[in-house]
Ligand binder design. Structure first.
Ligand SMILES: Cc1cc2nc3c(=O)[nH]c(=O)nc-3n(C[C@H](O)[C@H](O)[C@H](O)COP(=O)(O)OP(=O)(O)OC[C@H]3O[C@@H](n4cnc5c(N)ncnc54)[C@H](O)[C@@H]3O)c2cc1C
Length: 401
């Protein structure tokens, strides 16, 4: 957004509470690699230029990439500046920070979609002998106590974490709710390549049937690995991870209760990936890829035990650690504008917030399916900076696309 505002000669400042790429420095586990290939992290005027377009960046490489972009575009970032409140005044938006105040005519909320790790309220019933971590503060298996680990949540974060902990020798139980399995490579090409080429990632927010639902769909079970292997539930079962249903509750005396829906959840996931592959195959057929790539095929169904466990006494059952990989949410506790819904999420229409001159970036399916990804920022920023420029020019409350 900063690059796009600069292109439009709009005076601006980027306020950052930490250093550039703060979340990548402080909120990721050590072994994480992007699940999107290198070529797919395209920022305005900054395509991938290295010699490994199909590789997956490590966290250190992501930090270098973002820092180098900020330097290249000379982004006016003021680091170590925490925004403590934003409110509307006669003079414009008053932005209070721990480094002084700013008044501005327009605001872009780009504080991230994953500030808080979501943990269910019943986590308070977990016996005190068990350590609880989230996908945000988990770092590596060596920091965990020896013994069993319950990983709750089986989307990208949960499956990646379960995989490395099981391989460290600690037996993992993975609690599986709604998820979408995905082959890393399909018909000889990366799944992200197909989704990009077939236009799946460009699908717009105003063309989907139920955007509220679409914004809540969990991340694909993908991992960026050097061997480009698929990390789905079958791969995890293969190495010994025990699958159980969604964690429905924990009783006051510390017994975990797992839903009996595991088989259904897996069947639904198989169905969803089947639909995506159908769509890709149709696009491939219509665009001359049949014959030029491997023939279509389908994944074997997800294997589920005959009678997966429905409960477990956490303390007596050998669990030493619980890792909540149950999703993230943004933190707008500092935003004193009447733009939040009852769940604390910013109400917006494709990034246009109801308060004039306020814009949102970086939220799931903000304007396109890819808005969730680094690669989505470029198109969203181009669109929204255009609105913002028009807003400043006309001073009108809302500019219609
Ligand atoms: C575990 C994980 C893995 C991911 N993997 C991928 C991937 O493989 N590929 C991909 O494309 N995307 C991935 N993403 C998504 C990716 O992180 C986002 O697309 C991208 O980071 C969004 O950037 P952002 O700048 O909007 O948000 P963030 O990166 O969250 O940045 C927000 C910034 O705002 C700052 N901030 C917050 N509140 C305040 C405040 N009050 N005052 C001042 N500053 C503040 C934060 O310090 C932070 O630096 C992943 C996300 C997570 C959580």
């Amino acid at each position: 957004m900063s690059r796009c505002l600069a292109d439009l000669s709009i005076d601006h400042v980027v306020l950052e509470r930490g250093e550039v790429a703060h979340t990548w420095r402080t909120e990721r586990w050590d072994s994480l690699r992007l699940l999107t290939p290198n070529w797919q992290s395209r920022l305005p005027g900054f395509p991938y230029s290295g010699d490994d377009p199909d590789g997956f960046r490590t966290v250190t490489e992501v930090i270098e990439f973002i820092v180098s972009y900020a330097r290249t575009i000379a982004a006016p970032v003021q680091t170590r500046t925490t925004v403590t409140s934003v409110r509307h005044t006669e003079a414009g938006y008053l932005v209070r920070t721990d480094q002084g105040d700013w008044v501005s005519q327009a605001i872009v909320l780009a504080s991230g979609a994953c500030n808080i790790a979501q943990v269910p309220a019943f986590a308070s019933h977990v016996p005190s002998s068990i350590e609880q971590l989230t996908a945000k503060n988990y770092r590596n298996p060596a920091r965990l106590a020896d013994g069993g680990v319950l990983v709750v949540g089986a989307s990208a974060s949960g499956t990646q974490i379960a995989n490395e902990i099981q391989r460290s020798g600690r037996p993992v139980i993975l609690s599986v709710g709604e998820h979408i399995r995905a082959p890393r490579v399909y018909r000889g090409k990366d799944l992200q390549w197909w989704m990009d080429a077939a236009g799946v990632l460009d699908e717009r927010y105003d063309t989907v049937d139920d955007i509220v639902r679409a914004r809540q769909v969990p991340s694909l079970q993908l991992a960026g690995t050097t061997d480009r292997s698929t990390l789905d539930l079958n791969a995890l079962t293969e190495i010994g991870v025990k699958l159980v249903g969604r964690l429905a509750g924990i009783t006051a005396d510390g017994k975990a209760q797992f839903a009996g829906s595991l088989r259904n959840m897996c069947a639904l996931s198989d169905l969803k990936i089947g639909r995506l592959l159908d769509l890709i195959d149709e696009w491939a057929r219509n665009n001359g890829f049949d014959g030029a790539t491997e023939a279509p095929y389908r994944l074997p169904p997800t294997r589920v035990e005959e009678a997966p466990a429905l409960g477990r006494d956490l303390a007596k059952g050998g669990i030493k650690t619980i890792i909540w990989a149950t999703g993230y949410r943004p933190d707008y506790s500092w935003l004193e504008l009447p733009v939040l819904d009852s769940k604390g999420m910013v109400r917006h229409d494709g990034g246009l917030v109801s308060s004039p001159g306020v814009y949102l970036m970086g939220a799931p399916f903000l304007r396109r399916r890819k808005s969730t990804l680094i690669d989505g920022a470029a198109d969203d920023a181009r669109d929204l900076s255009g609105h913002l420029a028009a807003y400043l020019d006309t001073g009108r409350a809302r500019v219609v696309a």
